[in-house]
Design a binder for this molecule. Structure first.
Ligand code: IPE
Ligand code: IPE
Ligand code: MG
Length: 237
């Protein structure tokens, strides 16, 4: 089985999963977060090099105050705990998105985690927090304009220039995108980076997305004909 070098996941369905069990949405988020820990280990075990997960979007601030506060509490705990997890999995952790909207202590935890894990390299784990692809591209363009004014950025802007100004600079594009829990949309996730990525949608809600489900997604990926605009090779039929 060919294991994708980079898997991106929209971990969706925590709320509905909890509701189906007669529990509050916050319980779904707690279980979803536990599952994220397991999936990191599984990804590493399978030999995935890059894993990028969508944990909080720029649009998610629209949720109830109670839910947003619950999620912030969860991030606070998780970011601290993730120091140990990063060491255990030899995993480098990076946050993509705009952390400036978070409370200062959360921003501090992010800096500590990124600094602590920066030399680990079995698994590169990106967590999208306050992430929106349009916001990322807008921030990138504004930084390019600033750098142009300062004379740091000169000449024509190429695709490589744009990629290098995105939050994902230096990270290869995802090979496989997984969205759990049945929605068939991108919800403002990695619009630039997913240009040639294979998509896999499943009805399984995120808290139930275990190793077996990840392997199934990778098996489906193996059945795909990756051609990047070319023609299918005869030998591949
Ligand atoms: C995904 O689960 C986690 C976050 C967006 C934070 P949801 O909270 O979107 O769960 P559903 O989609 O409402 O079931
Ligand atoms: C996408 O899920 C964002 C995250 C998983 C963090 P949502 O549940 O917020 O997306 P929509 O609202 O269904 O598009
Ligand atoms: Mg959702």
């Amino acid at each position: 089985m060919r294991v994708p070098n980079h898997i991106a996941i929209i971990l969706d369905g925590n709320g509905r999963w909890a509701k189906s069990k007669g529990m509050p949405r916050s319980y779904g988020h707690v279980k979803g977060c536990e599952n994220l820990e397991d999936i990191c280990e599984v990804a590493k075990e399978l030999g995935v090099k890059y894993l990028t997960v969508y944990a909080f979007s720029t649009e998610n601030w629209k949720r109830s105050k109670e839910e947003v506060e619950g999620l912030m509490k969860l991030f606070r705990n998780y970011l601290k705990k993730c120091i140990k997890i990063s060491k255990k999995n030899n995993m480098r952790v990076k946050i993509i998105g705009d952390p400036s909207a978070f409370d200062e202590d959360i921003q501090q935890s992010i800096r500590e985690l990124e600094e602590f894990s920066k030399d680990f390299d079995d698994l590169h784990f990106q967590i999208a927090l306050n992430y929106g692809s349009r916001d990322e591209i807008t921030r990138a363009v504004n930084r390019m304009l600033e750098d142009q004014k300062k004379g740091i950025l000169t000449g024509e802007v190429t695709e490589e220039t744009i990629s290098s100004y995105l939050d994902t600079a230096g990270i290869p594009d995802p090979d496989l995108l997984i969205r759990t829990s049945g929605e068939l949309r991108l919800s403002n996730y990695l619009l630039w980076q997913l240009a040639y990525t294979e998509f896999y949608f499943t009805d399984v809600p995120w808290p139930d997305f275990k190793k077996k489900e990840l392997v199934k997604a990778i098996e489906k990926y193996n059945e795909r004909d990756r051609r990047y605009g070319g023609v299918k090779e005869d030998t591949n039929v």
